[in-house]
Design a protein around this ligand. Structure first.
Ligand code: SAH
Length: 333
């Protein structure tokens, strides 16, 4: 399913055709051109050859059925993963990948072991959402929110990610409100600065994982490029410009960043900012040990006591290796 090819194929057609096709593909979720009966038969036949609508995929369901992971094979044969999370509230969230692999080298993340294979196109990111939209439509449900938290660092593919956001938000396409779209970055300053200037009010999440530069450097090579001070200055600018609350993701790794002193230090670092902390249990990828559940709870209480809004991330899909940091396609596992 290549949306850009489809747009190109419709270029010679009257303007209303694009509208009809958008409705067929993104609202009616049709996966076969033959069923788009508003289009002339000849055009349908041409499109079926030049722009096939299938999305080749292998699907994995978690035991509790709350998580579905999909392995998509792209036109050049490379594979990516995306995850559907079905919250008990009824909201359906899709976690999309933006790169095949990732060059950032975070030491706790399975995707990092792949290195960067290539960037995705916006069609390839849309295909991930479309796949789950089709799946959910069979149950009369829809995708309600998107998190750019799958494979890859979104800000290394900034323009494509923003193109995708506009398509997700387009009322004639997925019609997902910007407030229900979140982009997570390991802390690429230029990306945060650019996002502050965008007109669409999407949410920003920052993978912090350390309360000081030394700890952060152990976990994330990006901390050697930008200090926490530089990162915080840019985030202050973002908040000042957008007045939107920033989410700090903090992964807890035993003995590295989970001590009481780290919680206190983190609270000091974030004090007074329009922000919240989302604590993530480390999904073991070989290198470290996860902080115990009690340890995570203790860290949360300490932050809260020190005036920081904090939540613990629900762990979706660990049994199908679909949880945070577990996405890496087979060949590299
Ligand atoms: N590249 C983006 C999106 C990454 S995935 C970023 O760095 O923000 C979303 C979150 O999962 C990030 O906060 C990431 O650091 C975290 N994560 C990575 N590996 C993990 C693991 N093994 N266990 C738990 N969380 C992990």
């Amino acid at each position: 399913m290549d949306w850009h090819n489809i747009q190109t194929a419709l270029e010679g057609e009257p303007g209303f055709r694009l509208k009809q096709v958008k409705k067929a593909l993104f609202v009616d979720l049709i996966d076969d051109w033959d069923k788009v009966t508003v289009l002339p038969k000849k055009l349908r036949e041409e499109l079926a050859i030049s722009c096939p609508l299938d999305i080749p995929a292998q699907v994995f369901h978690s035991k509790d059925e709350a998580t579905v992971k999909v392995l998509l094979t792209l036109s050049d044969g490379v594979q990516i993963e995306s995850v559907l999370m079905r919250h008990s509230t009824g909201r359906n969230t899709v976690c999309v990948s933006t790169l095949v692999g990732c060059p950032m080298g975070c030491t706790f993340c399975a995707t990092a072991t792949m290195g960067l294979v290539r960037k995705l196109t916006s069609s390839e990111i849309i295909a991930q959402v479309l796949f789950f939209s089709r799946l959910l439509s069979k149950e009369n449900e829809r995708v309600g929110s998107i998190v750019f938290m799958g494979m890859g660092e979104p800000f290394l593919n900034y323009d494509v990610v923003m193109d995708t956001v506009r398509i997700l938000n387009d009322p004639e396409m997925f019609s997902i409100g910007a407030r229900h779209i979140s982009i997570s970055t390991c802390g690429i300053l230029e990306g945060i600065q650019k996002l502050a200037e965008e007109s669409l009010p999407v949410n920003l999440a920052i993978s912090l994982h350390g309360s000081n530069d030394e700890v952060r450097k152990q976990l994330m090579p990006i901390a050697r490029t930008y200090t926490l001070k530089e990162l915080m200055t840019v985030i202050d600018g973002y908040i000042e410009k957008t007045h939107r609350k920033v989410m700090f993701e903090y992964l807890l790794v035993e003995g590295i960043n989970d001590k009481d002193e780290h919680a206190i230090e983190l609270a000091h670092l974030l004090k007074g900012k329009l922000c919240m902390v989302n604590l993530i249990s480390y999904n073991e990828t070989g290198k470290y040990t996860a902080t115990t559940e009690q340890g995570v709870e203790r860290f949360k209480k300490l932050l809260r006591k020190n005036g920081i809004e904090v939540s613990i991330r629900f762990r979706f899909g660990r049994d199908i290796e679909g949880a945070c940091g577990q996405l890496a396609t087979k060949s590299s596992k």
